[in-house]
Design a protein around this ligand. Structure first.
Ligand code: SF4
Length: 694
């Protein structure tokens, strides 16, 4: 039924986090004036958080990019689309001829649709001729993807958010769902109020810890020892599922041997977690008939993040808690389409469906479809791109919807890399820290202005609808990428996103049966068979590996890449807050700014007293690679010895503090363990260090 208050309404999918809430966006006079939750949204059941519901004013911010910009005499000036496309084609063509296609690299956007990401990787591979394409999952959940593929087969959650309600117990490790994934967090809280037995594991006491039976606060960087300890207790106390281990897994023998080293007292020495608490937590999980494990960036953004995810899989496998309703492994994906951008092959080593670029049969299928020759050489990951730019081997980048100068670690190094490039194209909706280094900036579209699909954290592919037009001369991202590809000599011959999805389905086994009409209002969870049958639960009968067995990896605990010492005595952990999203590019341009207008550093009262810091003081935070200033908040939410902040405000530049330590398998930066020195900006100690807990 139409509503007279609005000119039009469209059902779409939230563009903020990986929960994938379905929304109704209502427009009047070319502006989105209201967003309400879709009552039948499978992930949100008629709910949203304050980002999805209210943070839409950015779409008509006066700061939106509305025309292409070209750098001339050191400044960006307005240009026509023809001029911008000509400049891109000329510069990228020149660099490709002089230095080869691998002197050019691109970043796809996990905020954009599957179809946009498909077009981006196709442009890099078919129009430029390189596999130098990556996306921001490199700096968040690439360890999850690596580990799930190694242990189970597919790079995706084994179940759905509905498993939270079907479970008797759940472990939440390294995630803060009520702030980072609020609607999923609310589902967990409601389930806990109805009797779900919760274990939270995080150096910081998160809101859900107040509803947990046990909260474990390990020292940052010691998650592996905690998970091995839980597995030790489960095995020792008869909570394992021997029949499942024998019938469905491989590798348990070596794992069992390893577990001998991780009795609760040994784990207490490594992690600081009391042995009794570890035992209680193992029993909460192991005694439930159905139990799930959810994790976030507190697990992955570590030097051994990919190994910890493999250990989490091992714990679930040895207790037989995979492949049934209520027994799921659920990584809480960060950005709205971080699952999809990787599924689409916006990665340097894989095409869509995670098939290797050096697999001859796969490469030939893409060559036949796209009518061109494709490189078999895997490309560079994001950190390698920056290193290559500084070394002079990478000459140009095309950065789509990412503000790497704010979000990526070791900011000084990133800026040096961007500065070293001969040519940089940015495609975005606002000027950002990164566009300051661009030679051409292309005005793009937000999720409210385009059609396509996002894939949420439960592998659910959902339709995105355009509520309004892009402002001024801005275009949809799909249009832009198709036009740039054409200017570079590769005509994609795709009429629009729906035709792109037909191509994705024809070239990607897991998407074989995906069509827009079949996605409808509820979406489909991949793999989707040719007849449209989808898969809310994976691995009910067999794992997606040769022989059908899951692999349990015997991986010991190893020290993190950084540690507190005399010079840097505290450990900084970074994360998110409810009001803002990621770099804050969108949410800082909405009313959410009034709810939270700055970042702050959380510090425990004991540390604050020792350092003569009072609540509200401006403090200096110095790491081995950088220094920032930020306001302090004294709170018992954080454990002594640790400090916490988010990274939503560019003026704070938290990522200046993050060094180059990264996950050993995926190069995901170690954002979560940074040794720092904290002190008041004025070295004058206050007379009385009054303490206040927030
Ligand atoms: Fe959007 Fe995530 Fe909030 Fe849902 S929980 S409304 S997907 S930001």
């Amino acid at each position: 039924m139409s509503d007279a208050r609005f000119d039009s309404s469209v059902t779409t999918t939230c563009g903020y986090c990986g929960v994938g809430c379905r929304l109704e966006a209502h427009a009047r006079s070319g502006r989105v004036v209201s967003i309400t939750p879709a009552a039948d949204g499978p992930a949100n059941h008629g709910h949203t958080c304050l980002k999805g519901r209210f943070a839409h004013q950015f779409s008509r911010s006066r700061e939106r990019l509305t025309t292409p910009l070209i750098r001339e005499d050191g400044v960006l000036r307005a240009a026509s689309w023809e001029e911008a496309l000509e400049r891109i084609a000329a510069e990228l063509g020149r660099i490709r001829s002089a230095h080869g296609p691998d002197a050019i690299a691109g970043l796809a956007s996990s905020r954009a649709t599957n179809e946009d990401c498909w077009a981006m990787q196709r442009m890099m591979r078919a129009a430029i001729g390189t596999n130098n394409i990556d996306n921001c999952s490199r700096v968040c959940h690439s360890p999850t993807s690596f580990a799930l593929r190694k242990a189970l087969g597919y790079s995706g959650a084994t179940g759905s958010f509905s498993d939270i309600e079907a479970a008797g117990a759940a472990i939440i490790i390294g995630a803060n769902p009520t702030e980072g994934h609020p609607v999923a967090g609310a589902r967990i809280k409601q389930a806990a109020l109805r009797g779900l037995r919760l274990v939270t594991i995080d150096p910081r006491r998160i809101e859900l810890s107040d509803h947990a039976e046990v909260h474990l606060a390990p020292r940052p960087g010691t998650n592996a020892a905690v998970v091995l300890g839980l597995a030790h207790v489960a095995w020792r106390d008869g909570l394992a599922d021997r029949a499942f281990i024998d019938a469905r897994t491989e590798g348990f023998g070596a794992f069992e041997e390893l577990l001998g080293l991780y009795d609760p007292h040994a784990v207490q020495d490594i992690t600081g977690v009391p042995a009794g608490d570890l035992e209680r937590a193992a029993h909460v999980y192991g005694e439930a008939t159905e139990a799930s494990i959810l994790w976030g960036l507190g697990v992955t953004e570590h030097k051994y993040g990919s190994e910890v995810v493999q250990l989490i899989c091992g714990l679930a496998l040895m207790t037989g808690k995979v492949g049934r309703p209520g027994s799921a492994l659920l990584p809480l994906r960060g950005q709205n389409n971080v699952q999809g951008s990787s599924d689409m092959g916006a990665l340097p080593d894989t095409y869509s469906g995670y098939r290797r670029v050096d697999d001859e049969d796969v490469a030939r299928a893409f060559e036949a479809a796209w009518g061109t020759t494709l490189s078999r050489r895997p490309g560079m990951k994001i950190p390698e791109m920056f290193d290559a730019a500084i070394a002079g081997d990478l000459k140009a980048m095309y950065i789509f919807g990412e503000d790497v100068a704010q979000t990526d670690p070791n900011t000084s190094h990133v800026i040096h890399a961007l500065d070293s490039l001969e040519f940089l194209v940015c495609q975005d909706i606002f000027e950002t820290e990164t566009t300051r280094y661009a030679d051409v900036v292309l005005p793009a579209s937000s999720f409210l202005e385009k059609t396509g699909t996002f894939t949420n954290a439960e592998r659910r592919i959902q339709l995105v609808g355009a509520a309004i037009e892009p402002p001024g001369q801005a275009r949809t991202d799909f249009d832009i990428l198709r036009a740039v590809s054409g200017a570079l000599g590769h005509d994609m011959a795709l009429a629009g996103p729906e035709e792109a999805m037909a191509e994705i389905a024809s070239l990607t086994p897991e998407f074989a049966g995906v069509t827009y009409p079949r996605l409808g209002r509820r979406g489909l969870q991949w793999p989707v068979e040719a007849d449209g049958t989808d898969a809310p639960i994976l691995y009910a009968d067999a794992f997606h590996r040769d022989g059908g067995r899951a692999h349990i990896a015997a991986l010991p605990y190893k020290e993190p890449g950084d540690a507190a010492d005399e010079e840097f005595p505290l450990v900084l952990v970074t994360g998110r807050r409810l009001e803002h999203y990621n770099a804050g590019t969108m949410t800082r341009r909405t009313g959410n700014l009034e709810l939270m207008d700055r970042d702050w550093l959380e510090i425990h009262p004991d540390d604050a007293a020792r350092l003569w810091i009072t609540d509200g003081d401006t403090v200096s935070v110095r790491s081995r690679v950088g220094r920032i200033e930020i306001g302090a908040r004294v709170t018992e939410r954080i454990e002594p010895g640790h400090v916490f902040t988010a990274f939503h405000f560019p003026e704070v530049r938290t990522n200046l503090l993050i060094g180059s330590s990264a996950d050993v398998n995926t190069s995901c930066p170690e954002y979560k363990v940074v040794a720092v020195d904290v002190r008041p900006v004025t070295e004058e100690p206050a007379q009385t260090p009054a303490l206040a807990a927030s």
